[in-house]
Design a protein around this ligand. Structure first.
Ligand SMILES: C[S@@+](CC[C@H](N)C(=O)[O-])C[C@H]1O[C@@H](n2cnc3c(N)ncnc32)[C@H](O)[C@@H]1O
Length: 307
């Protein structure tokens, strides 16, 4: 059975839980709450001496978690019917994790983890413009971010668009696509994801039949609009100072460029004698998970421990 693409199923959940080696009193930070799939498994393992802090840059994710009661939040330590741990959910980009912990008067934490990218719920939300058939072209995780994808495709130069598609999407036909976008917007602005995906489809000479021809262009735009590599690097820089001794940090990536940033950062920390890698080799989903959950196919999990 393949999992329906409308539900968000946490990827590498068992592997993440096993490698985190949680203890009931731990202070744990989830940097990418999403729909709380991983979070619920973590909170279940904490006692009333434990603390769970969850962040998401998308306020609609936090609002859904709260309104659907998927995770119950307690601002002060108290026993709760669902989870005994103190649980704090906050709308914040993870590149502000240091400030968040400071504002909560937390000097260091035992576990931090992130599951990058988007949840299926966001990808399929028509109003967000992430999917090829959307009638908008926004792509911002946080509506207060400065630029929408619509502004990017309608205002950047052909050379800049080419660079974005090449660098962030590893798109081989980047220059043909950038040229087609600039030609098309001369007639009228590109306002929807649907129009953009059609322009890309027509511009491309070759594409693998299994994936939509605009996959890499959409990925590149999303990365650019949300400064995904910048936020990842700024977040990673803060991790060693935020972990207590023997604290662990785990991260799941879905993009080879993101994974490379993580791999090189971990290697550098090891070289500097700050952390040791728990798994020298990246952890990938088992065939059984990849078979039922298409999102899992490109997932990579890496984990380190502070010395
Ligand atoms: C793949 S989903 C996480 C799914 C979650 N682990 C679960 O099991 O339900 C990624 C989430 O991270 C959030 N996100 C992406 N980039 C972020 C950032 N820079 N800071 C905070 N949250 C971010 C997205 O809004 C999305 O909700």
């Amino acid at each position: 059975m393949t999992i329906s693409s409308t539900e968000h199923v946490p990827v590498l959940a068992q592997e993440l839980i096993d490698l985190l080696q949680l203890e009931p009193q731990h202070i744990v930070v989830d940097l990418t709450l999403g729909r709380g799939g991983h979070a619920k498994l973590v909170i279940e393992r904490l006692s009333k001496e434990g603390t769970f802090i969850g962040l998401d840059a998308d306020i609609t994710q936090i609002a859904a978690l709260k309104s659907m009661g998927l995770i119950n939040q307690t601002h002060t330590p108290q026993t709760h019917t669902e989870s005994q741990a103190r649980t704090v959910l906050l709308h914040s980009n993870f590149d502000k994790v240091g400030q968040v912990l400071k504002s909560l008067n937390i000097a260091c934490v035992d576990r931090i983890y992130a599951d990058l990218g988007l949840s299926s719920v966001q990808l399929l939300d028509e109003k967000r413009g992430f999917s090829f058939q959307s009638s908008t072209l926004d792509m911002r995780l946080d509506p207060s971010s400065p630029h929408t994808a619509e502004e990017v495709v309608n205002t950047l130069t052909e050379a800049d668009l080419n660079e974005i598609f090449e660098q962030y999407g590893e798109e081989r036909e980047a220059s043909r696509i950038a040229e087609a976008i600039v030609t098309s917007r001369k007639t009228h602005p590109i306002n929807t994801a649907k129009e953009l995906s059609e322009i890309v489809r027509q511009a491309k000479r070759n594409h693998f039949k299994k994936v939509h021809p605009a996959t890499q262009v959409f990925q590149a735009l999303r990365i650019y609009v949300n400064d995904e590599f910048g936020t990842l690097k700024r977040m990673l820089q803060q991790i060693p100072q935020l972990l207590c001794a023997h604290g662990r940090f785990a991260i799941i990536t879905f993009h080879s460029l993101e994974d490379r940033i993580v791999k090189n950062t971990f290697k550098q920390w090891e070289k500097d004698g700050i952390c040791k890698r728990i798994n020298k080799k990246v952890v990938s989903p088992q065939w059984s998970e990849r078979k039922v959950n298409p999102r899992a196919r490109s997932a990579h999990l890496r984990i380190i421990e502070k010395i």
